[in-house]
Design a protein around this ligand. Structure first.
Ligand code: ZN
Length: 325
């Protein structure tokens, strides 16, 4: 499905089979000499087919179209190597390009097993099979011809002048595109409408939730009328949505503190007691992917509380336990 959302800007809905996100928004911006395509879809047949049909309908050739990938996740970056031509410039921030360029051989995936171990997922009986992970399964092929996006870089397409904003948190190198004059923001997965972006922790030693909250404040300070997100509907109240997202994480941090009480718990023990907007009766019924998602989210909140001096961490048998100081 293609919808014109602004003069010369088209939203292309790319289906994501068997995925709760349902579809990715890819945006085609028609320029004078060159066009820009923002984000793609999974590297799978359904996404490929939808993209081919959309580009055909838009009468768009990838020879005169450049690509900007907002972040490393395969639902946005997957079709990169399928679409690219020798003439295509591929814009991405270095931190995320490093993961995407390495495809399934990226060191990023080597962190998966240690995340399962340290968070308590292995002890909980979760299978250590990266092949089941959609991000791994639908990744683009190896690629090393990125043009690196730095914070503040400007990209001109037709009547638009987009400033690239590093908005890390959802991923380390997440980029939003902002046109100040048109008050328009391409938000990737930094700000979504009905869905709260997953803030997860694989790589220990980082406060990703802290980074995410800072990046939300950065966008809140901008004059934005229209947000074009990576999934679902366009957002018209940017600051209102940012406040909702901040409140969501504040409540989640409160929930984690209540769960911990006076004891010490690992990531899985906390995740299995947290409030999730899912229809499963208990933790045992959560599918494999949902257990990963929930535990990664719990870990990012636990680590934020550690970095803000509220919790301490103890390692026991290769699993991390958190307790109040
Ligand atoms: Zn994402």
């Amino acid at each position: 499905m293609i919808e014109q959302v602004f003069p010369d800007i088209f939203r292309i809905e790319i289906p994501l089979p068997k995925n709760p996100l349902r579809a990715t928004n890819s945006y085609f911006i028609r320029g004078k000499q060159r066009n820009l395509l923002v984000d793609t879809g999974f590297n799978c047949q359904e996404s490929r087919q939808a993209m081919i049909e959309a580009l055909h309908e838009l009468n768009a050739s990838m020879k005169i179209t450049d690509l900007l990938i907002t972040h490393l996740h395969s639902d946005l970056a997957g079709l990169l190597t399928f679409l690219v031509t020798p003439e295509t410039t591929v814009w991405m921030n270095e931190a995320d390009a490093y993961v995407v360029g390495g495809s399934r051989q990226s060191p990023h995936w080597a962190l998966f097993s240690s995340f399962l171990q340290l968070s308590g997922l292995i002890a909980d009986g979760v299978e250590d099979t990266i092949e089941r992970h959609p991000g791994y399964k639908y990744a683009p092929e190896l690629f090393d011809r990125f043009t690196m996006v730095t914070d503040g870089l400007e990209i001109n397409v037709g009547d638009y002048c987009f400033k690239c904003l590093l908005t890390n948190g959802h991923t380390p190198g997440h980029i939003c595109l902002y046109d100040e004059k048109k008050k328009l923001l391409f938000s990737g997965d930094h700000i979504l409408g009905k869905i709260t972006p997953n803030i997860t922790l694989w790589q220990l030693g980082e406060d990703v939730l802290g980074s995410y909250l800072n990046s939300l404040d950065r966008v809140a300070a901008l004059d934005v009328e229209i947000v074009l997100p990576g999934h679902r509907d366009i957002i018209h109240d940017c600051c209102g949505r940012i406040n909702e997202l901040k409140e969501h994480h504040r409540l989640r941090l409160e929930n984690v503190m209540d769960i911990l009480g006076g004891g010490s718990m690992n990531g899985v023990e906390v995740a299995s007691r947290m409030k999730w907007d899912l229809s499963y009766e208990n933790w045992r019924d959560f599918p494999w992917g949902q257990k990963l998602f929930a535990t990664g989210e719990a870990m990012s909140h636990l680590y934020h509380l550690f970095y803000t001096g509220v919790l301490s961490i103890i390692s026991d048998n290769g699993v991390l336990y958190f307790k109040k100081r």
